[in-house]
Ligand binder design. Structure first.
Ligand code: ADP
Ligand code: MG
Length: 678
């Protein structure tokens, strides 16, 4: 057999072999290195040692005892139990396991074992219930009498099995692990070596040392991620020439434009504008994410960029996720820019080909549309700037397709999904980030209530009294507009029509023809419809100034950020606005989570709360990025991320990679398509 290295397949390890290797693959564990980095997500605390005499009901403890006897018993109602009698110098006790009859063959009477578990009543006797067990020996135990690691498991792979295999690895092959982090960094943050960190995180001496080890490994993980994206960005900047937009000679025009807006830009809008204009005037293509709550005013920021593009003689394209949004953008952008001589054109799949041809002799300066832009060629000319709204709805390839319609055009993506900063920086490390963290002046806080089911009737009466226009959002059934979603929406619509029979009620869902959708929204915007029953996936950033009430059914099925986005559709017109949340679940933690919306009004804050309560997977927009699973790091490791980012940038800025051949190897592995020279 070849010598074992970190890259050796786990199937080469004793007690693993091809069958277990196959199962481990499901956990993402292929090599010995992977197994070293299969980290516990929590520990059972079995550190409290007790004599049998002192056992207290309710305690989780470890005892060392001699097995006097062990046997299987069958209860009257057909359950299979295994009972062992254990004694030490102080007393004896019985231990009970359920449904594990094979234990009588594994645990031998006459030998000393260590048992860890919970003391509870069994009938009238104090017992240890379903404890972990391990033959008692001097020295380290893996499963009992200590902090015991619990791992991500899969069918046929238990934490116990993993502890044995990883315990063996740590004993036999830890010397394969080498420190790759630069020595200065290790010294600066007083990190322990990688070997010590790995032993500690798997089999810690205390929770404190476990956390210290986790931080050490998390830093390293984040550092590589940051180094990779910083390097990718640097390469891109060095190799790609963008369209350099001139600014100084157009400054007056831009300033005039901003001064003539019907409102004053917020400070964060101004900051975003100057960041974007700065990028546009630079020699490599912009790659920036503009993040801001619903109604924080992203469109106008993007419009200023597109105006500069026009002034420089370049075309811009704005891609929106739905036709209705594209149309809304078209209205906004053309009302702002047409008076200035900019030719704006809307292109959606429902606009017929022949209609397109009529105006085809002159190419538009700004092209607005849905994904249909991707299939369009004849309208493009001299594309200098691409803007993509609600970027999480578009995949990387779609973005690239659009970018390829020009030669390295600048790229601005926009999202209302408040991705917490850590996630944004971890996932999109190579993007520059502009955040609109302040709402335009005079916006009302939308009064929000989580309404218990018994108050539903009351709330409807209240709603009727205060109604200008309302949205009623149906339960989220699936992520797309399936027939089932439509059915649920339709029955909600029928119900609402009966309750509010004096009002005009309409139904909007994604399966409607786009002509129908457009008409319904037009009627709603013009006030001909009072209540719009809609599915949740319909039309993200829609702008209905007079809508003042938002009702969300089955709110528990949504993330807080999504709910926040939905509620952001009301209260646009400096008027009092209200949001009612109904929940299908009455679990206290669910209600508590929803109640955060009663007291928090900032998207990023709510995203952080969701991140803590539900983890990153639940945050919209990041689920698709499941490719990136963090091992040691967490999205809540703000400080570590900042440190990692800083150090990665520092190292690249100094062009120092040559001094760290091992780091260079890491990068080479992560960026196979890029030549790493220095
Ligand atoms: P979003 O960030 O959700 O895309 P929009 O760009 O659609 O938000 O803007 C929402 C509304 O706020 C629009 O009607 C827009 O005209 C208005 N708006 C934008 N900026 C300001 C501002 N600084 N002050 C007042 N209203 C503004
Ligand atoms: Mg928008």
């Amino acid at each position: 057999m070849d010598a074992i290295t970190l890259e050796t397949s786990v199937s080469q390890l004793p007690y693993v072999g091809p069958i277990y290797a196959k199962k481990l693959e499901r956990l993402g564990v292929l090599t010995i290195n992977d197994l070293f980095y299969h980290l516990p997500f929590r520990y059972d605390n079995f550190t409290l040692m007790s004599s049998i005499q002192q056992l207290q009901v309710g305690e989780t403890v470890s005892i060392i005892g001699l097995v006097e006897s062990i046997k299987n018993i069958y209860t009257k109602n057909g359950k299979r139990l295994t009972e062992a009698k254990i004694s030490d110098d102080t007393d004896s006790i019985s231990i009970i396991w359920f449904n594990q009859p094979y234990l009588t063959r594994v645990i031998q009477s006459g030998l000393k074992y260590i048992f860890s578990g919970k003391v509870d009543w069994f009938g009238r006797k104090k017992s240890l219930i379903s404890p972990q067990y391990e033959l008692w020996e001097k020295g380290e135990h893996l499963h009992t009498g200590r902090l015991v690691p619990i791992y991500p498991e899969t069918a046929g792979i238990t934490s116990k099995w993993l502890r044995n295999r990883i315990g063996f690895l740590l004993k036999s092959y830890l010397n394969l692990m080498e420190d790759l982090l630069p020595a200065e960094i290790i010294k600066e943050y007083q990190f322990e070596g990688v070997r010590e960190a790995l032993s500690e995180i798997h089999f810690p001496r205390s929770l404190e040392t476990a956390e210290k080890a986790r931080e050490r490994l998390a830093f390293e993980e984040l550092f590589y991620l940051q180094l990779t994206s910083a390097f990718r960005k640097k390469t891109w900047q060095e190799e790609t020439v963008g369209h350099i937009f001139k600014i100084s000679q157009y400054k007056e025009k831009i300033v005039n434009f901003m001064n003539n807006l019907p409102f004053v830009l917020t400070n964060s809008q101004k900051r975003a504008v100057s960041e974007i204009l700065g990028d546009l005037a630079y020699k490599y293509p912009m790659n920036r994410l503009l993040e801001g709550d619903v109604a924080s005013g992203k469109t106008v920021v993007a419009t200023i960029g597109m105006y500069l593009s026009f002034l420089n003689g370049f075309q811009s394209a704005l891609m929106a996720p739905t036709e209705i949004l594209a149309e809304q953008h078209y209205q906004t952008v053309s009302s702002l820019l047409t008076p200035l001589g900019v030719k704006v054109k809307l292109l959606t799949s429902s606009i017929k080909k022949d209609q397109k041809l009529i105006t085809n002799n002159q190419k538009p300066d700004i092209l607005i549309g849905t994904h249909s832009l991707l299939h369009e060629n004849s309208e493009f000319k001299n594309l200098g700037l691409v803007v993509i709204d609600e970027q999480q709805r578009f995949g990387v390839e779609q973005r690239e397709t659009l970018q390829k319609k020009g030669i390295n055009p600048h790229l601005l993506t926009m999202t209302a999904t408040p991705i917490p900063r850590t996630i944004a920086l971890t996932l999109y490390g190579e993007l520059d980030l502009s955040i609109l963290d302040e709402m335009p002046q005079g916006r009302q806080k939308i009064k929000t209530w989580v309404v218990p089911e018994e108050k539903r009737e009351d709330s409807y009466r209240w709603l009727e009294k205060n109604l200008k226009q309302a949205f009623i959002i149906c339960p989220l059934i699936e992520d797309s507009e399936t027939l089932q979603t439509v059915k649920a929406a339709t029955s909600e619509y029928v119900k609402i029509k009966q309750i509010f029979n004096k009002y005009q009620v309409a139904l909007l869902h994604g399966r409607l023809k786009s002509e129908e959708k457009k008409n319904i929204l037009k009627d709603f915007r013009e006030g001909k419809i009072a209540i719009l029953v809609a599915t949740p996936v319909v039309e993200v950033g829609i702008d209905i100034p007079n809508a003042n009430i938002m009702v969300i059914e089955a709110a528990d099925r949504f993330g807080l950020s999504q709910l926040h986005q939905l509620r952001g559709r009301v209260g646009r017109n400096n008027q009092e606005a209200y949001c009612f949340l109904f929940s299908q679940s009455n679990l206290p933690q669910t209600i508590l989570r929803l109640k955060s919306l009663e007291t928090h009004y900032s998207g990023p804050e709510l995203a952080e709360i969701d991140l803590k309560l539900r983890g990153p997977g639940e945050i919209t927009g990041t689920r698709q990025h499941g490719v990136l699973t963090l091992k040691a790091a967490r999205f809540t490791d703000y400080d570590l991320l900042e440190k990692a980012r800083l150090n990665a940038q520092k190292l690249l800025a100094k062009d120092d990679l040559i001094k760290y051949p091992k780091l260079k190897e890491v990068l080479k592995k992560r960026l196979p398509s890029i030549t790493i020279t220095n």
